[in-house]
Design a binder for this molecule. Structure first.
Ligand code: ADP
Length: 161
């Protein structure tokens, strides 16, 4: 199978994101992690910081490239001639939103197939918001993000605080 896009906010990248990227890289010849510049989630990290952290976290997987993009994902699907959009599915709670997105993308571009991967059970309840909140309150996030992400997050919290 050829190229897949893996879009997300990655604010910051966690072991959950990495788990999905590794699984996708086993199936697709190329996986492009697409960091959303204009994410609606008010990211705490700039697009450049999110790309830098994702590149570092995924550097050992040769099939993976990390880019940032500010437009519609279907436009980037066309631009890179990708054949799929990869998303992670954690719990049933992800389903409704993901279902809507997959259909919206397919309505805009009929060939845009979304492929879902399930993470390891240990990452099922992990998300970037949780990691940021834990970090903010001094919780231990070592099991959720790589060491350099933890460092960046703690630096950012100091700056913000
Ligand atoms: P978005 O803002 O588009 O939801 P995220 O950065 O939150 O972007 O997530 C990008 C993708 O990674 C989504 O498909 C999300 O479901 C998936 N993902 C994030 N965390 C995990 C996790 N712990 N396990 C599996 N998939 C995950």
């Amino acid at each position: 199978m050829p190229t897949a896009l893996y879009p997300g906010t990655f604010d910051p990248i966690t072991y959950g994101h990495i788990d999905i990227a590794v699984r996708a890289a086993k199936i697709f010849r190329k996986v492009i992690a697409v960091v959303a510049v204009n994410a609606s989630k008010n990211p705490i990290f700039t697009p450049e910081e999110r790309v830098e952290m994702a590149r570092e976290a995924l550097k050992d997987i040769p099939e993976i490239e990390v880019v940032s993009y500010s437009g519609l994902i279907v436009d980037y699907v066309r631009e890179r001639s990708a054949s799929a959009i990869v998303r992670g599915l954690r719990a049933v709670s992800d389903f409704d939103y993901e279902f809507q997105m997959a259909f919206t993308n397919r309505n805009m571009l009929a060939s845009a197939e979304t492929v879902f991967f399930m993470p390891s059970a240990e990452y099922t309840y992990l998300n970037s918001t949780l990691v940021r909140q834990l970090a903010e309150h001094g919780g231990d996030i070592s099991g959720f993000v790589p060491e350099f992400v933890k460092k960046k997050l703690l630096e950012k919290m100091k700056l913000c605080g």
